[in-house]
Write a protein that binds this ligand. Structure first.
Ligand code: OSB
Ligand code: MG
Length: 405
């Protein structure tokens, strides 16, 4: 890709092989369900520890011209404080007021979810997103709303969402994300369980300065062939020689990737200070939209090479599924591997991620299963799991069963 500013990269729905709905749909009502959900096991990352999460499930009712009603649902999966990115469940609740207002023709303060009578219909996903895209940021909130659109379009057509997106996989590979533990022995016990009981073959381990090499070394002593990767959630300072030395030492452990070692907004410094590492760098927090992915690809071509860049694509972080698909396409067009990360979604959001991972470009195992079962009471049935793979539900829309919010 030759850098130039004349032709910004954009993709049409046709180019992305994404279904273009032409049936006029009128938004009738938006109802946001809010649930506090308890985790089975507390989870710790470099940014914090949590044992419960608030999830929002926007439900949008659409009416066709001939009076048929279709309801779609999605999930917003924020954390409880703005420590992964700038969103949290409190900000999502506010953003949902603005989005709901925009889609129903009302002001944020008076948005009651009931659409005003004189609204234009929406058709394809761009016409839907256009209604709220004047709102800057608040991507986790937007993704849950777009999720409800896709569920409804799938139901309208009697088609699973992954088929609307030309997904090619019926089963997607899944790995597990493991939180920080007090000792390497405590971590290895959890990994033993995941490998032996769940038959997980790809493990991601959270790391931070001081809780890194000893843990990885211990894992490699038991599991020399395990597909292993680490996630630092921005905990290493790319200007601290001791931190850089640790990142270099990771090269001795045959890791699939080092995820987001440096700050969220430092794509440039990741590219130019880590090019000496053999292990690929995976960007998570840094890639919020298509332009960031393009900039990362350009920088890796300049300072490193594209086979040492991997992008973790999370639809909640990128503001929805369409943007996630665009990023996946850009990566694949440029030889960059991708996978779908998680935000501790309930079974509803995880199912959406599984549909997305059915796309051909998403070529590495995703974080679709955490320390199972994730939540004490889940919001729906999880996709069927067998020996490291999850089945993409075949029913219309997301194909969700037993929703209980
Ligand atoms: O960085 O990938 C991350 C969870 C919450 C926020 C950020 C991250 C994570 C995880 C767990 O690693 C992923 C999951 O299993 O949902
Ligand atoms: Mg991550």
């Amino acid at each position: 890709m030759k850098p130039d500013n004349k032709s910004p990269i954009e993709y049409t729905l046709e180019q992305l092989n994404v279904f273009k709905n032409n049936v006029p749909l009128f938004i009738q009502r938006i109802n946001v369900h809010k649930c506090k959900m308890e985790l089975c096991n507390p989870f710790e990352t470099s940014f914090g520890r949590f044992d419960s999460l608030v999830r929002f499930f926007p439900e949008i009712e659409f009416r066709t011209e001939d009076g048929r009603l279709i309801t779609g649902i999605g999930e917003c999966s924020p954390l409880s404080a703005p420590w992964y990115d700038n969103e949290c469940h409190r900000s999502v609740e506010i953003a949902l007021k603005y989005i709901t207002g925009s889609l129903t023709g009302k002001e944020a303060d008076t948005a009651d979810g009931i659409a005003s009578a004189d609204l234009d219909p929406i058709t394809d996903v761009n016409s839907f997103i256009f209604k709220y895209n004047w709102i800057i940021g608040h991507n986790i909130a937007k993704a849950g709303i777009e999720g409800a659109y896709w569920d409804a379009i799938g139901k309208l057509n009697g088609t699973p969402v992954n088929k609307l997106w030309s997904g090619i996989r019926d089963n997607v590979e899944t790995g597990i994300s493991m939180g920080l533990e007090e000792t390497p022995e405590a971590l290895i016990k959890k990994i033993d369980k995941a490998v032996h009981e769940l038959k997980i073959s790809r493990v991601k381990v959270k790391v931070k300065p001081g809780k890194d090499i000893a843990y990885i070394d211990r894992i490699r002593k038991s599991y020399s062939d395990l597909r292993l990767q680490v996630d630092a959630n921005a905990a290493y300072n790319l200007f601290n020689p001791e931190h850089i030395a640790v990142l270099k030492e990771f090269d001795n452990y045959r890791l699939m990737m080092i995820e987001q070692p440096g700050r969220n907004d430092d794509i440039l410094d990741h590219a130019r200070y880590l090019y000496l590492l053999k292990t690929p760098i995976c960007l998570d927090e840094s890639i919020v939209h298509l332009n960031h992915a393009r900039q990362a690809v350009e920088l890796w071509k300049q300072y490193s090479s594209v086979d040492k860049l991997i992008i973790n694509i999370k639809p909640p972080r990128t503001g929805g599924y369409l943007e996630a698909i665009k990023i996946a396409r850009l990566c694949s067009d440029n030889g960059v591997s991708t996978w779908c990360g998680g935000m501790f979604e309930s079974a509803i959001g995880k199912t959406c991620n599984v549909h997305f991972s059915s796309r051909e470009e998403v070529n590495l195992p995703g974080d679709h299963i955490s320390y199972a079962p994730y939540f004490k009471i889940n919001a729906a049935d999880s996709p069927a799991y067998n020996e490291g793979k999850l089945k993409v539900p075949a029913g219309p829309g997301w194909g969700l069963k037993n929703i209980i919010y």
